[in-house]
Design a protein around this ligand. Structure first.
Ligand code: NAI
Length: 472
């Protein structure tokens, strides 16, 4: 019988948590294996993010934004074109990019001496992981430490059965064969608004049905209001405070039934396609958690303390654990968890994980919202600067939105930064760094920023905390 391959660390899952953990383990000289079965509809390593999440959605957001601009903004710039959509090519460039990125991870695995096992990974008792390949062959691995990084799956809604044709989840919505006449999105969260934006720009009528009386829970309320106004102006329709109670699918479309959350008569809405985007749930089915005595909580999350589970030698990171279901959160935890396994400190600044919505305008924030600070009873000051007053944004005709900085009323420490506007996804890192160093708003206000850039809005907002914004 073949000898059992033995590792310092076996990581189950090859998404942003798993693959970054594997690379870091390799860097630290640990003998490491990463077990990944591939996600449904995916191409290779990289998990949901790379195959059917962050990356393909950004490919579609980028391409559709240019298409939209060619339709609506180019003429203002003196460029007259009549763009024609080639959806097949748009999908192909998305798939090509994803393929290259998955190959990039394979390369990084080789470079860092990570052994990759393709198949379904499961824990089979302390220090033991089985890998079941597509042909049913089972390989057993021995490991001093096991890291669970199996991620999450889209949440279902009773009465609304996803068939990936008429009713799709985020995976199906990334590969629709044609632009739907009317796309109805259930859930005004990040997925619903990003993918709703993609198909609106490509020509669909888009209606979003949201349970709460606001969009994007978790986002600063003032920003969310401005955001909803911007999306409405673009043609997206919202039905807030409404819950979907059923769906009837026919050959040509779907009829959804929904009713006011506050009570009242039910209504129906006809759609060519429905996107169900009401959140995600941890993916732990078939993982063999019971073999090491781990019981997930009621919502399916694995409880951890500094990435350690209740079972000795078993760790968990990313979407299967509590906290925001974000690739960069999983990556942070991966590095910290592996460093802890290697006997180093391992640290994650949970209060400083940025959030981004990659629509147009983009929304990005880090730290506390005004609502959170009010709930804590913390005295804070606000500095705000509109992009209408930023010269670069003005020149580029992208003046929608603002930068808002929240700082402690006494110490001036920055407590939150909230940006809505052009390319803010690329700018929020400035505040994340400043806040990691526990900077005061004055530190940003007195830091020279290049002119003319949109980043000057961030500085002007920081100046506003002490009331000396100069350009508005
Ligand atoms: P989400 O949690 O962001 O939003 C779901 C929305 O659906 C909420 O507004 C919720 O109130 C609403 N909802 C829940 N049940 C409903 C119902 N029955 N009827 C109507 N509305 C209902 O979830 P989403 O958008 O599915 O995203 C899943 C995860 O993926 C999130 O954690 C998100 O942060 C992450 N993600 C992050 C991205 C990014 O960082 N740019 C991109 C895509 C996803």
């Amino acid at each position: 019988m073949a000898e059992t391959p033995t590792y310092d660390v076996v990581i189950i899952g090859g998404g942003p948590g798993g693959y970054n953990g594997a690379i870091r383990a390799g860097q630290l000289g640990l003998k490491v294996a990463c077990v990944d079965k591939g996600v449904e509809g995916g191409i290779g390593l990289g998990g949901t993010c790379l195959n059917v999440g962050c990356m393909p959605s950004k490919a579609m957001l980028h391409a559709s934004e240019l298409f939209d601009a060619a339709n609506s903004e180019f003429a203002t710039l003196g460029i007259e074109v009549t763009p024609k959509l080639n959806l097949a090519q748009m999908m192909k460039q998305k798939t090509d990019s994803v393929t290259q990125l998955t190959k990039g991870i394979e390369f990084l695995f080789k470079k860092n001496k990570v052994d990759r096992y393709q198949g379904v990974g499961a824990i089979a008792g302390p220090g033991k992981v089985t890998v079941t390949a597509a042909d049913g062959a089972v390989t057993t691995l021995a490991a001093k430490d096991i890291v669970i990084a199996t991620g999450s799956l889209p949440s279902g809604l009773p009465g609304v059965e996803v068939d990936q044709k008429r009713i799709v989840d985020s995976t199906g919505a990334l590969s629709l064969p044609e632009v739907p006449g009317h796309l109805v999105v259930i859930g005004a969260g990040i997925i619903g608004l990003e993918l709703g934006s993609v198909w609106r720009r490509l020509g669909a009528k888009v209606t979003v049905i949201e349970f709460l009386d606001r969009i994007t829970p978790g986002m600063d309320a003032e920003v969310a209001k401005t955001f909803q106004r911007a999306l409405t102006k673009q043609g997206m329709a919202f039905k807030l405070g409404a819950k979907v109670t059923g769906a009837k699918t026919s050959k040509t479309g779907v009829t959804l039934t929904f009713e006011p959350v506050a009570g009242g008569a039910a209504e129906t809405i006809d759609a060519d396609c429905v996107l169900l985007a009401i959140g995600r749930r941890p993916y732990t089915e078939g993982l063999g958690l019971e073999t090491v005595g781990i019981t997930p909580d009621k919502r399916g999350f694995i409880e951890t303390d500094h990435w350690k589970t209740s079972a000795p030698g078993v760790w968990a990171i990313g979407d299967v654990t509590h906290g925001p279901m974000l690739a960069h959160k999983a990556e942070e935890e991966a590095v910290a968890c592996i460093e802890a396994i290697a006997g180093k400190a391992g640290h994650v600044s949970y209060g400083l994980i940025p959030s981004v919505v990659y629509t147009s305008p983009e929304v990005a924030w880090v730290g506390k919202t005004e609502e959170e600070l009010k709930a804590e009873g913390r005295a804070y000051k606000v500095g705000k600067f509109p992009f209408t007053a930023n010269s670069r944004a003005k020149i580029n005709h992208e003046t929608e939105g603002f930068a808002k900085v929240l700082a402690d009323a006494k110490t001036d420490e920055i407590l939150g930064a909230h940006l809505i506007g052009p390319s803010v996804s690329e700018m929020i890192g400035e505040y994340a760094v400043a806040m990691e160093f526990r900077a005061a708003s004055e530190d940003v206000a007195r830091t020279c920023h290049p002119h003319p850039t949109r980043s000057e809005a961030l500085r002007q907002a920081a100046m506003g905390v002490e009331g000396w914004t100069m350009q508005a």
